[in-house]
Design a protein around this ligand. Structure first.
Ligand code: NAD
Length: 390
């Protein structure tokens, strides 16, 4: 069986790495970027830092600073208007994304809409978008999605609330800057949600039916970095070594799932996010323990390896013990990081009940459940939604 591997061309990591943005732009042949970011990055002064680096190198740029969390196509269309206007009569020749997965995904969507036009639904799976696109340089400020190293973007269709999964080479950033200084300001809630998202990427990539020796190593490395550092960063946001480990781990997690796939947790999570506006990492966290328990019988050895990589049991522990400890840990992590149930989040029980069949249908249509070690049918997904409700 052969596997196709895709990565960004350049990755710079470490405290202060943001200052290297002009070098990266030059290396990627970008001389007039549109910067895509959000209001938080402006308020925190991160955009000013980035702008200083561009000004110091006399690189002209444009700005879209109205990215919305969990972006809908509506906000992408607003950004597209700026992209089309260009700068001083010249077209932008690349995008710099500064922010969490939402800013990076918005930039990736623009990278494709810019040259190709159309609507985002034209690019959703099962279509693979391997055509040329504008280069994206991604600067993640959350340690979660790994979007800086994935050939994926997720944009919500405002007409039906579907979180559309769009995949292909066109969505892979050409370069990424992993500067942990930019993650010190993450509030505990976002640290927890994004950290569990990254952990879920690693676990799902490792147990995926599309896993390869390459994605396995990335997934295991991600688990080794994320598991011991997530609680540390949650309780002490200024813990720079923990922040750096999470940022690098999240990038490994992104590489792992982008080259393998995500599975049932992500398939079930996207509809929860779209219908009930639950942040992506939080809906993953709500699902992770129950879906893992349901899936373990189909791949006990693989899940046990996750427990070992996370440092939960010694190398010599047998699979049964390791899997029990893994489930205990995922449940304990949710308690310690304050992950609510859907009911605790404030979702109305009637609406949850009524939407379960549609959510299950959308989950299956995304293709992600088909990569799970145990493949569910519609009724089994609905039963899992019931279990997660509590
Ligand atoms: P996000 O980008 O939506 O950010 C969450 C909140 O945290 C925002 O309000 C943001 O302004 C704020 N924030 C970001 N960085 C901060 C910092 N350093 N300090 C303080 N506040 C900060 O969250 P996310 O989880 O990174 O991204 C979620 C989106 O990514 C979802 O739409 C999800 O579907 C998508 N996603 C994409 C991929 C992919 O491969 N493309 C993978 C997983 C998830």
């Amino acid at each position: 069986m052969s596997h196709s591997l895709v990565l960004p061309r350049l990755i710079r990591t470490g405290s202060g790495a943001l200052g290297q943005l002009p070098d990266l732009l030059a290396a990627c042949g970008v001389s007039r970027p549109l910067v895509v970011t959000d209001a938080t990055m402006v308020a925190l002064g991160y955009l000013a830092r980035l702008q200083q680096a561009l000004d110091g190198a006399k690189i002209p740029s444009g700005l879209f600073d109205a990215t919305e969390p969990e972006p809908t196509e509506t906000s992408v269309i607003a950004a597209e208007a700026i992209l089309r206007t260009g700068h001083d009569g010249q077209a932008f020749d690349g995008l710099v994304a500064l922010g969490g997965g939402s800013a990076i995904d918005t930039a990736k969507a623009l990278a494709v809409l810019g040259p190709h036009g159309g609507r985002m639904r034209d690019f959703k799976v099962p279509r693979l978008v391997d055509e040329p696109a504008l280069p994206v340089i991604a600067v993640p400020t959350t340690a979660g999605t790994g979007s800086e190293a994935t050939r994926v973007t997720v944009i919500t269709d405002p007409e039906n609330d579907e979180k559309m999964l769009c995949m292909g080479l066109a969505f892979m950033p050409v370069a990424a800057i992993l500067d942990p200084d930019l993650t010190l300001s993450l509030p505990p809630r976002v640290t927890a949600d994004t950290g569990i998202d990254a952990l879920t990427h690693a676990i799902e990539a490792y147990v995926s039916r599309k896993a390869s020796p390459f994605s396995d190593q990335q997934a295991l490395a991600a688990m080794r970095l994320i598991a011991p550092n997530l609680r540390r960063a949650f309780h002490d946001g200024q813990d720079l070594p923990a922040r750096e480990a999470l940022l690098v781990g999240a990038c490994f997690g992104g590489i792992a799932f982008s080259n393998a796939s995500v599975a049932l947790v992500h398939g079930m999570s996207r509809p929860i996010g779209a219908f009930f506006h639950v942040p992506h990492g939080l809906s993953n966290a709500m699902l992770l323990p129950a879906v893992t328990a349901w899936s373990i019988p189909a791949a006990p050895g693989r899940y046990a390896e996750c427990a070992r990589a996370m440092g939960l049991v010694g190398e010599g522990a047998n699979d049964e013990l390791a899997n029990g400890v893994l489930l205990d840990e995922l449940r304990a992590l949710n308690v310690e990081l304050g992950v609510p149930t859907p009911a605790g989040f404030g979702i109305q029980p009637d609406r949850w009940r009524q939407l379960r069949p549609l959510m299950a249908e959308q989950a299956l249509a995304s293709g992600s459940p088909g990569n799970n070690p145990r493949i569910p049918n519609t009724d089994e997904i609905i039963a899992l939604y019931d279990e997660v409700w509590g």
